[in-house]
Design a protein around this ligand. Structure first.
Ligand code: FAD
Length: 123
């Protein structure tokens, strides 16, 4: 959504996506989303193979939910006032993403679990 908008929106006689500050943000966002997708697929493949996937599932939940918060925030920034407007879905992602790091085990709980699986005693 942010990428499409950055390719259309023109300011100062060029698309806002042709500004390196915006283009690099979009590149980082796409890279982090793909990394989350790969982590999720790795967990799914282990689970489908009947293996213990708790570590991968926990890492995927932590990383993808925190990435969702990050890219929704950056997405809103790139879309400017339209990102904040109810006419566009970005404001919904900006709100929805906050539930992702809380529901089904908060990020703190995911980190506790990962640390425990690494052998660290976290109460
Ligand atoms: C949109 C949404 C949907 C939900 N759906 C469901 C559902 O379908 N079923 C269901 O059972 N529940 C559901 N929940 C509840 C959800 O599981 C809880 O909100 C979540 O487990 C956190 O519990 P809490 O809200 O009581 O926060 P608290 O336990 O009060 O924690 C508040 C904050 O302190 C942090 N914290 C707490 N203890 C520690 C610690 N030891 N170390 C470090 N940090 C800590 C937490 O991570 C959190 O950031 C949903 C929540 C949301 C937002």
């Amino acid at each position: 959504m942010a990428s499409a908008y950055a390719g259309e929106r023109r300011q100062f006689d060029r698309t806002i996506g042709s500004n390196q500050a915006i283009a690099h943000m979009l590149a980082d966002m796409a890279t982090e989303v793909e990394a989350g997708r790969a982590l999720t697929m790795m967990a799914a493949e282990k689970l489908a193979a009947g293996e213990d996937a708790l570590r991968e599932i926990t890492m995927a939940k932590l990383f993808t939910s925190e990435t969702y918060v990050k890219v929704a925030s950056q997405g809103m920034q790139i879309m400017g006032a339209y990102g904040y407007s109810m006419e566009y879905d970005m404001q919904r992602h900006y709100r929805d993403c906050r539930s992702a790091t809380i529901a089904a085990g908060s990020s703190q709980m995911q980190r506790n679990l990962i640390a425990r699986l690494m052998g660290h005693v976290v109460p």
